[in-house]
Write a protein that binds this ligand. Sequence first.
Ligand SMILES: C[S@@+](CC[C@H](N)C(=O)[O-])C[C@H]1O[C@@H](n2cnc3c(N)ncnc32)[C@H](O)[C@@H]1O
Length: 272
Amino acid sequence: MPASAAREVVTGVEYVKQITAMESDRRTRAAFQTLVLSIVRPGGTLFDFGAGTGMDARFYAEHGLTVAAYDVDPNMCEFFSEYCRELIEAGRVTFDCGGYREFLARDGRDGGRGVDLVTSNFAPLNLIADLRELFVKFDALTGPGGKVLVSVLNPYYVGDMKYGWWWRNLIRLRREGHYSVQGSQAPIVRRRLAEFAAHSAPYFTLKRVFPGLPSIAGGGAQYAWLCIIRCLFMFLLFEKSNHGIGAAPVVSGPSSISSKNEARSRAKEPRR
Ligand SMILES: C[S@@+](CC[C@H](N)C(=O)[O-])C[C@H]1O[C@@H](n2cnc3c(N)ncnc32)[C@H](O)[C@@H]1O
């Protein structure tokens, strides 16, 4: 994947066409959705940040979850409203579209008890410059025991090592914890795990790291990091903390995503 996306912002119908064209993307989405269903309680509530065209929102609602969603892009929102129309009418899905600053400022729980899980699939967080204020918002959106599961671009992805920009930014990644390259919608920020952990604190603790594509690599816990570097995306699970930075996250092997019991036995401590 090049450092920056195509010059034009790809949204709506064209986005669906592109994101469903490749087998690897379809498998990555399926892995994320499976993980979501293994984390959230049956009949639970979920907030999808950067929801795009509503592919995930629809899937979650069809699996019995109550879904609220937000995206900043008007074309994505238009597609979403049509694609999830009957679920919106039935009250299974609610959708918010508008300016990002207004989204951050809006009263989080809408008078309710807060959602069980915030999700964000296919890297919306890489388009956010300031993660700290977003995690403050995630804190406001979630109820007690709430979790956040995000799919983010993997800065260690071997497939990107063929690009000059990857090597040029390596020192910055090590030294500053992140670097950004020009994107069509916003700068694309790639971050080390330690930066995600630091910027989610004190509201959340980064608990687990899952490889984005479970089926391309075999093996178990001892190969966890090998699996991670072979994936363009990694899935990060944060848990609401009692305002303290927790222990290092656990990096999970590939088969853990299809497991319902979080595959504790297949995990090992990572170096960050
Ligand atoms: C690669 S798409 C992923 C869409 C969707 N989650 C999916 O799985 O297909 C990234 C999405 O993040 C959205 N996005 C970018 N900046 C955002 C922001 N500040 N707030 C909310 N959404 C944003 C984009 O509009 C786009 O829909």
